[in-house]
Design a protein. Structure first.
Length: 225
């Protein structure tokens, strides 16, 4: 796979401006990243900026806590897709998982997946399920991955990047082993240089989420010269 297509070029900070989002979209077009990942407010703006390209529009759902109601996540998903989202990155209900309320966690994922499948645009929409690994034990990580797969996730994703820690190669490898080819793995949080990016890919990551994408791709290009 082309190296640039490993990356979701990400801008999720609360004070992101339209000018910054426009810049990120221009960078994604220039370097041919997999997607631009933003909060839902900017979904239609990004869709317009990326039209006539193969760079996907990625929107986060229930972000960054995951503690919203299932209905709110589903409605947010529908709205995002109507506004041009091609990919949905949802945060699980971490508290419900830690309490052992697995039926609720699964229902949450399934309802968002249903919104992805039966979407008003009648297009294929990718679902990535963020499990927030830094808050989980290994057994909880395993269970979260299993529930994500059962719920229809296309990817399991390590982190929001807004909690107490980000992706680690150990977690990526653990998740890769757990999903056993039934889903892909996205690493996100703390990926700021080429060395870390390549380590995540080597550990089994199929996609990387980072705001340092341009610096990483420039470093990669310089290595090829």
């Amino acid at each position: 796979m082309k190296f640039s297509k490993y990356f979701d070029h990400t801008l999720l900070k609360a004070d992101a401006t339209a000018a910054e989002v426009k810049r990120v979209c221009a960078e994604a077009r220039e370097y041919d990243f997999a997607s631009v990942c933003v909060n839902s407010y900017y979904t239609p703006f990004v869709a317009e900026e990326l039209k006539d390209t193969d760079v996907k529009v990625c929107t986060v759902i229930g972000f960054p806590l995951g503690a919203m109601s299932t209905l709110s996540k589903k409605l947010e998903t529908v709205d995002a897709i109507e506004n041009g989202a091609d990919e949905i990155d949802m945060v699980i209900n971490v508290g419900a998982l830690k309490a052992g309320d697995y039926d609720e966690v699964l229902y949450d994922i399934k309802e968002v997946k249903d919104a992805c499948i039966h979407n008003p645009a009648w297009k294929e929409v990718c679902l990535k399920v963020i499990i927030e690994t830094c808050l989980l034990t290994d057994e909880e990580k395993r269970k979260a991955c299993e529930l994500a797969v059962e719920g229809g996730a296309d990817f399991v994703k390590t982190s929001t990047g807004f909690s107490s820690g980000g992706a680690t190669t150990a977690d990526v490898a653990f998740m890769k082993q757990t999903v056993a080819g039934k889903a892909w793995v996205k690493a996100s949080g703390g990926i700021r240089d080429i060395r870390t990016a390549e380590a995540m890919i080597h550990a089994g990551a199929d996609r990387l989420g980072t705001s340092a994408t341009v610096a990483i791709i420039k470093e990669y290009i310089s290595k090829q010269i």
